[in-house]
Design a protein around this ligand. Structure first.
Ligand code: SF4
Ligand code: SF4
Length: 395
């Protein structure tokens, strides 16, 4: 049963301080009832200090490759009323996803998918719940409420909104750390024309801890709170559409979609006690720990069927197969050479053939060399022949 928060009389647009507090409590209660268990409020005021900071990051090349991340977008995203001029408050919400789903012990070389991407796409999930919450708020206040539903969009500075609302605080890995849940959350926002009572930001920081900086496989956390995107494995395995820079390939390990290392090592992840949302549960082993050999050979239809409704679709079949080739080069053995040789000889995507060549060079051996030699003579694509030549030279 819901606690009595004074339900009954519709609330007015400009409430008194006490009715404002009551309305805020009702909205948060409704958020919890709509599957948004963590929520907090901030005003819709601008974030004037952030625009120059973001522009500095762009100028320094820290978001190179994210072509949509322009100075104009940075300025736009720091003023929430650009999205909704009538907005007075922002309800910041979080969904917890962090759960352990260990791989089967079957001897199969398997890739790793980042935990947030193992279940349903959180964009759709958040939007659905925020829309339902919006409807419930209108029912509660007894009038139409102007609102915008936002789920991880670059059109608003979502972590800054959540931090100002006191939903969590910035970790040095640049993720928001939510008390009780750690950094394993996705964020969303509901802009509202309601005057809600803002929460205070949390007074917490990482202190002298540098564990995430010390453990990032590529050194992408170049300074506390600062990620150099082109070096981050999340970018390389998901957003990178071309070749992964050879210097970063060994650091991929078995990651085929995203990377959780900086969160895995964070003490606040281990200390988290919150229950993850069941929507993030993987449907099958392939949604969390896919066989690398299978990824290398999967058809478009198989890719679409297995990853339907999940964030993994973003990488596309060729991106996931490319990552699988690299991962097999990193964690595979002699038994994997024939699978890579088949991909090098016959995969329809030159990008995958090129990365299979790299992996064969890394695994080495007579069979790998024979395959590389044969395909160097026959592959019609110059980028693949370039990768083969580099692999033969590295052997
Ligand atoms: S996601 Fe991985 S590569 Fe990116 S900063 Fe974190 S640990 Fe480093
Ligand atoms: S690992 Fe340490 S430094 Fe990094 S975010 Fe967690 S507490 Fe902060």
């Amino acid at each position: 049963m819901r606690p009595d928060l004074g339900a009954g009389a519709p609330l007015t647009l400009s409430p008194t301080p006490s009715s404002r507090a009551t309305l805020t409590a009702r909205v948060k209660r409704l958020a919890a009832e709509h599957g948004l268990s963590v929520s907090a409020v901030t005003s819709a005021a601008d974030f004037p200090e952030l625009a120059p900071l973001l522009e500095k990051h762009i100028a320094a090349g820290r978001v190179a490759g994210l072509d949509w991340f322009t100075p104009e977008r940075a300025r736009f995203s720091t003023a929430p009323r650009n999205l909704q001029p009538s907005a007075r408050s922002i309800l910041a919400v979080a969904l917890a996803y962090w759960a352990e789903t260990p791989p089967p012990r079957d001897g199969e070389p398997r890739g790793v998918i980042a935990r947030y991407a193992r279940g349903l796409d959180y964009h759709a999930l958040l939007k659905t719940r925020l829309k339902a919450l919006h409807g419930a708020i209108e029912g509660e206040v007894g009038r139409p409420v102007e609102a915008r539903h936002l789920a991880d969009t670059a059109r608003i500075v979502d972590r800054a909104v959540a931090a100002r609302a006191g939903l969590g605080w910035y970790g040095k890995h640049a993720c928001l750390i939510v008390p009780g849940f750690g950094p394993g959350v996705v964020l969303g926002e509901l802009l509202l024309d309601l005057d809600l009572e803002p929460d205070a930001p949390l007074r917490k920081d990482c202190g002298r801890c540098t564990i995430c900086l010390d453990n990032c496989p590529t050194g992408a956390i170049v300074a506390p709170y600062t990620i150099e995107t082109p070096r981050c494995l999340s970018f390389q395995t998901i957003e990178q559409r071309g070749a992964i820079p050879p210097v970063l390939r060994p650091a991929l390990g078995a990651w085929v979609f995203g990377c959780d290392v900086c969160q895995e090592v964070c003490p606040y992840t281990r200390a988290a006690r919150g229950v993850p949302d069941p929507a993030f549960q993987p449907r099958s082993v392939a949604n969390a720990h896919p066989s690398l050999r299978w990824l290398l050979a999967m058809t478009e239809a198989e890719f679409r069927e297995i990853y339907r409704g999940t964030p993994v679709l973003r990488a596309k079949r060729r991106g996931l197969a490319r990552n699988a080739a690299v991962a097999l080069g990193n964690i595979g053995g002699e038994d994997d050479v024939p699978f890579l040789a088949t991909a090098l000889a016959g995969h329809d995507e030159p990008l995958v053939r090129g990365h299979a060549a790299w992996a064969l060079g890394r695994l080495g051996g007579a069979t790998a060399r024979t395959s590389l030699d044969a395909c160097y003579a026959s592959d019609p694509d110059p980028t693949v022949r370039h990768e083969i030549a580099a692999a033969l030279a590295a052997e």
